[in-house]
Design a protein around this ligand. Structure first.
Ligand SMILES: *Cc1c(COP(=O)(O)O)cnc(C)c1O
Length: 352
């Protein structure tokens, strides 16, 4: 089965080999306080910085999921206020999770076809955390690096946190433009689920210290202390970190990866541009995600396509939430192969 599901998604072909390698080297049972682990952790963080162009003075953390990152931000970085700009299910979930933990949480929903206008968002003198979902996996839209930078510049007293779960390691993110970034690895990284990466600017780390929240196993104060020795407070997903290290070692520069994905994205736009039955869910191409392609079709066509695709060994992403019946989604993640996309397009041709 070839998975085009936008997470968990197709893993890199080399993963089984790396897992065997890890078993052979005894990494599956190493202690997370050992020199051996600290070396793997340090090396992985160095590779992430290098391959993804993350500024050197940013601090990286390993967590279990993007959802955990939502909670960590709420616990350790939102002193009073957070401001959530979103147009889909993941951005809304982030808002919902934060609201359970913090009291001063505000939402600024916008339309699927709408671009974030940075001029509209000026949040006043009292500091807070502005939360943006860079790539909205549920509806295939994205917020540009430039927009994130402008929102950040217009709100100098605030931190900007970015959920880049379905774009990090796929497109080139401007890490310097915001203070907190995170992603779990089962999307663009092409790895099995159970690990996430969180990236924090020096300003974010100053705020962590100022707030000094220490009530949780994953409080950032505590995580930062452990990270000074390349460790985590809890026993982490050591195999996941090892696999991440190996995948990063072998990966091309993020510019090259992005170029490949944008080319494939353009191929998909052309493909559906010629169809009357199947269309890109989002009319405004400026809002399109490069990594998740949502396809709208009459409900009975969606049902048939998904069923027939499965018989052909092609797994399509379900439409998300309220879009379940009227859409399906195609992941445009780096681990997917050119021949696999061609196979899917041959299959879809009879429905266009
Ligand atoms: C998948 C996804 C999440 C949730 O990731 P988990 O690792 O399951 O917590 C959060 N945000 C976005 C944008 C996602 O695509």
């Amino acid at each position: 089965m070839i998975s085009f599901y936008p997470g968990p998604s197709r893993i890199h072909d080399d993963i089984p080999r790396y897992v065997k390698e890890a078993a052979k080297k005894g990494i599956l049972s190493i202690n997370h306080r050992s020199d051996e682990f600290m070396h793997i952790s340090e090396k992985t963080i160095g590779l992430l910085k290098k391959k993804l162009n993350i500024p050197d003075d940013y601090t990286l953390f390993f967590t279990s999921s993007a959802t955990e990152c939502w909670e960590i931000i709420a616990q350790s970085l939102v002193a009073r206020r957070s401001y959530h700009l979103y147009n889909g299910s993941f951005g809304q979930k982030w808002y919902d999770y934060t609201k359970r933990i913090c009291s001063g949480v505000r939402q600024y929903p916008f339309e699927r076809e709408e671009l974030v206008n940075p001029k509209k968002y000026r949040f006043g003198a009292e500091g807070g955390v502005i939360c943006i979902t860079q790539n909205e996996t549920s509806n295939g839209t994205q917020v540009s690096n430039e927009t994130i930078r402008l929102v950040s510049e217009n709100n100098p007293n605030h931190l900007v946190a970015v959920d880049a779960t379905s774009s990090m390691a796929g497109i080139a993110l401007d890490f310097a433009a915001a203070d907190i970034w995170f992603a779990s690895v089962q999307k663009c990284f092409g790895l099995p689920a159970g690990l996430a990466v969180m990236v924090c600017s020096p300003r974010a780390m100053e705020q962590v210290e100022k707030i000094g929240e220490r009530d949780h196993y994953n409080s950032l104060t505590f995580m930062a202390e452990m990270m000074e020795k390349w460790q985590t407070p809890f026993t982490p997903n050591v195999l996941g970190i090892y696999l991440l290290m190996r995948v990063m070692e072998d990966s091309k520069s993020i510019e090259a990866v992005e170029k490949k994905l944008v080319k494939r994205y353009n191929g998909w736009v052309d493909f559906f541009g010629n169809s009357s039955n199947l269309t890109h869910l989002v009319k405004n191409t400026a809002a399109h995600s490069f990594t998740v392609i949502p396809v709208a079709a009459p409900a009975e066509v969606v049902t048939t396509i998904k069923k027939e695709a499965k018989k052909k060994g092609l797994l399509l992403g379900e439409g998300y939430g309220e879009l379940k019946a009227s859409t399906f989604r195609i992941a445009n993640f780096p681990a997917i192969k050119k021949e696999e996309i061609e196979k899917l397009q041959r299959f879809l041709k009879s429905f266009v």
